[in-house]
Design a protein around this ligand. Structure first.
Ligand SMILES: Cc1ncc(C[n+]2csc(CCOP(=O)(O)OP(=O)(O)O)c2C)c(N)n1
Length: 675
């Protein structure tokens, strides 16, 4: 049994000696590598915070003292030290520990995040609350140099600087990287600190002094303490944190646990806000991660431990975008690309390699990305802002007022839209189509397959007088699904039999829509399936089709409230179309982490569940369910007769093939964690 097995809470760290603590750090690293090699996960960031997290838990008294990790992707070590080791068997899977902090998992987690740059604001509020309530509790915020590029972090620092009675320790975990190296003036300033030649000398000195004394003695502390002023004055470039009026300690080697503990203890004693600048290495201690150029194993899918080679994954939606945006860039010299610190994950790396001067990594700054894009458009260019769908939430006001109000031709490309699953509630891209519906002039496209992604992206960048959005899900696109006809700008995917049911299937739900049609047709129900391609504004051709059918069914992988179905229903209502309507989308709830297919099953977004609902509606209520008194009754009564005549299977539709619907299989989701 290793030491890690004996750790049930941070208190168990107190009695360990230096050798045991070193051993524990090694065990934690081994454990993380083993686990992530099977499940995928945020390995690199966690390998970088092993000693730092141990030091925090030895110096502070969590959960009485509060520890808030920015973004939350680097909390695996914290979870291991707070009694959650067993749950790592199913990391990021249903029933296992989640990939981010979780209140339900532990009292040691107060913030449930995943969106970056919020920790300092939470910590500011917590520390002020404890001060006002007269509670002697500290708050520790851990924030990476990447997350520190987010504007909200600086809004917080601006306030923390004057909150002199806040017992707040901010640990800047500076590994020089977000995924790729962190960009911008802040990164340059931090680099100056890190690469100052005297820094190494001082660190060496610190180490020598500390190891010269047995254990963690007062002499060691005094040595460090005496040096603090020197460190600060000699090495801290005047003008970063100190000009804000914040106390600054460091830089300190974040992999030197004893040094970290001393600096943290010193910061704790100060009793007001203090910044501790820790230098760490992402992926530290696992060679393939340290050598991994693109992102030092920021969030690999399952991999081979010996070689670090990632298990093959198929071609995903992002790859289709990555290739097409290069073609567009060749054709259009005015097209420029913006990423918020995620050049590889959003597929801009090829574009960047080809057109470096036309690619802007703005840091974790979706708001700035959006308004900067407005400026670029005003200046005569066509920006493509590529972000994960969930992160566009950050920039709603900027989309509305800065881009749309000014009728700027900016294209937003939203990756990982819809249910993403493994990364938990805040990573699902289930709000974009609701929030964007209210933006005047904005046009929104949802491609159903790779061919449509290429087509719609090209159409989007041709719009020069309004924002356009192209959104697509995580994972691999299904096989291209050709249209049988066009209706206005929409593609007709199925036209079979009489005009009983019109299925309006949005984007990635098109395959599901076609499967629903197959099931209904097998029941003798006539079906038309359309993919609107552009879901905003509503195509008049769809309104006309709705008028001709007896039931309209909308399917989307977006929240039910205010999404495509809701707006279509509203549009039909305004046009006087009274056809009954069934709306299928994601219930407006925070979805706990699980596989995407399992979540879709649970919330009824499968062809089987949708088809069953339609048959039930048609047979029990729906358009008209009375005696034979109208033109609809042939269908309805036929179904009811079928049921009455001992055909209960009409209600329980058989699954196709192996029970998993083709769309569920086609939309295979890669195992890589989202950031
Ligand atoms: C608002 C927002 N935008 C983008 C991301 C995606 N993302 C997750 S981690 C990360 C990099 C974080 O870098 P840093 O804070 O330095 O932490 P590290 O991983 O280096 O420890 C990014 C861009 C996010 N989580 N939140």
């Amino acid at each position: 049994m290793g030491i890690l097995d004996s750790i049930a809470s941070p208190h168990d760290l107190a009695d360990l000696d230096d050798a045991q603590l070193d051993q524990l750090a090694t065990e934690i690293r081994d454990f993380l590598v083993q686990t992530c090699s099977r499940t995928g996960g945020h390995l690199g960031p966690n390998l970088g915070v092993v000693e730092l997290t141990m030091a925090i838990h030895r110096v502070f008294d969590s959960p009485r003292d509060r520890v808030v990790f920015d973004t939350g992707h680097q909390t695996y070590v914290h979870k291991l030290l707070t009694g959650r080791r067993a749950g790592f068997d199913r990391l990021r899977q249903e029933g296992g520990v989640s990939g981010y902090p979780s209140q339900a998992e532990s009292d040691h987690d107060i913030v449930e995040n995943s969106h970056a740059s919020t920790a300092l604001s939470y910590a500011d509020g917590l520390a002020k609350a404890y001060a006002i309530r007269g509670e002697d509790r500290h708050v520790v915020a851990v924030i990476g140099d990447g997350a520190l590029t987010g504007g909200m972090a600086w809004e917080a620092l601006n306030n923390i600087a004057i909150a002199s009675s806040s017992k707040l320790v901010i640990v800047v975990n500076d590994n020089g990287r977000s995924y790729t190296p962190t960009i911008g003036g802040l990164a340059t300033a931090l680099t100056r600190l890190r690469t100052n030649p005297r820094y190494e000398t001082v660190l060496d000195l610190v180490k020598r002094r500390l190891t010269a004394v047995p254990g963690v003695g007062a002499a060691a502390y005094d040595a460090l303490h005496a040096m603090k002023k020197g460190l600060k004055d000699a090495l801290a470039p005047q003008g970063l944190f100190e000009d804000l009026g914040l106390k600054y300690v460091g830089p300190v080697d974040g992999h030197d646990r004893a040094a970290m503990e001393h600096v943290l203890a010193q910061a704790k004693r100060f009793g007001g806000p203090v910044i501790v600048h820790a230098i760490t290495r992402k992926g530290f201690g696992y060679d393939p991660a340290e050598r991994h150029e693109a992102d030092q194993f920021h969030s690999p899918p399952p991999f081979d431990i010996e070689t670090g080679e990632e298990h093959a994954r198929g071609r995903i939606w992002t790859d289709v975008f990555a290739d097409e945006i290069v073609h567009i860039g060749q054709r259009r010299k005015d097209v420029v690309a913006i990423t918020a610190a995620m050049v590889h994950p959003v597929g801009l790396h090829h574009f960047q390699a080809r057109f470096p001067e036309r690619t802007f990594d703005v840091g974790i700054a979706e708001q700035h990305a959006t308004t900067s894009a407005a400026g670029l458009a005003m200046g005569g260019l066509h920006p493509v802002v590529a972000v994960y769908a969930t992160f566009l939430n950050r920039a709603f006001d900027q989309v509305l007022m800065d881009v749309a109000l000014h009728r700027c031709g900016v294209t937003f490309v939203l990756d990982r839209a819809g249910v993403t699953g493994d990364d938990g509630a805040s990573h699902n891209g289930m709000w974009d189509m609701s929030m964007l519906q209210v933006v005047p002039g904005l046009r929104l496209a949802a491609p159903r397959d790779a061919a449509r992604l290429r087509e719609l992206l090209n159409e989007a960048v041709d719009v020069g007088d309004a924002p356009t959005v192209v959104r697509f899900p995580k994972g691999s696109p299904p096989a291209d699904l050709e249209a049988v006809d066009r209706a206005g700008g929409a593609d007709v995917l199925v036209r079979n039999g009489t005009k009983d049911v019109l299925v309006v299937a949005v984007g990635s739900m098109a395959t599901t829509g076609v499967e629903v049609a197959e099931r209904l047709v097998a029941q003798g129900i006539g079906v038309t399936v359309v993919d609107p391609r552009w879901v905003k504004p509503v195509d008049p051709a769809i309104v006309a089709l709705a008028r001709e059918h007896r039931l309209v069914v909308s399917i989307e992988d977006n929240g039910e409230t205010g999404g495509c179905g809701a707006v279509l229903l509203q549009t039909l209502n305004a046009a006087g179309v009274t056809t009954p309507f069934r709306l299928h989308g994601i219930p407006q709830e925070f979805l706990q982490h699980a596989k995407r297919a399992a979540i879709l099953e649970r919330i009824g977004l499968t062809s089987q569940a949708i088809a069953r609902g339609i048959v039930e509606e048609l047979s029990t209520g729906g358009p008209d369910d009375g005696p034979d008194d109208g033109p609809d009754d042939g269908l309805v009564d036929g179904l009811v007769d079928g049921l009455v005549a001992g055909a209960p299977d009409a209600m329980v539709l058989p699954p196709t093939g192996d029970g998993a619907s083709p769309s569920d299989r086609g939309a295979a989701v890669d195992a890589d964690p989202a950031p």
